[in-house]
Design a protein around this ligand. Structure first.
Ligand code: FES
Length: 142
């Protein structure tokens, strides 16, 4: 075998081995380590079972800096509001006051109604709203 033929054969064998390794790394077996999305979808910020949660008007559930509140009877999206709990003034966390049907910021006194609109400054804008979906008595906020 000529030296040139030997080097050619070696380089082709090396390419075949490397390609095989790359294909193996991309195979289905490596997908076993992927964490499945949470119930209700991968983008859900809050999920709730409406058979046992959020059953009365005014009740709420939080997830991180997001809150969902039941505002009316019926398990339809229009019966809920989902809002950020981050004040639009200087990003303090606002407190939900079910009795006052709104939110109060402990930092500088801003207040918001249940729609998230500012009712007392200095907050410059409404609380961020999120989307509520209801499917088979499972509520999701995204
Ligand atoms: S941070 Fe809420 S009023 Fe200033």
């Amino acid at each position: 075998m000529e030296r040139r033929d030997f080097l050619h054969d070696i380089s082709q064998a090396t390419v075949a081995i490397c390609a095989g390794s790359l294909l193996a790394a991309c195979s289905k077996s490596s997908d076993n380590n992927v964490t499945p999305p949470p119930p209700g979808g991968g983008n859900a910020l809050i999920t709730a079972n409406l058979n046992s949660e959020l059953t009365s008007v005014g009740s709420s559930k939080t997830g991180g800096s997001v809150i969902v509140i039941r505002t009316a009877a019926g398990n339809v999206p229009a019966s809920f509001v989902a809002l950020s709990l981050i004040c639009t003034h200087m990003q303090c966390t606002v407190n939900y006051d079910a009795g006052a049907s709104g939110f109060k910021c402990p930092c500088h006194g801003s207040e918001y109604n249940l729609s998230g609109a500012v009712t007392q400054g200095p907050a410059p804008s409404s609380l961020k709203k999120y989307t509520v979906a209801v499917n088979n008595n499972t509520l999701t906020v995204s």
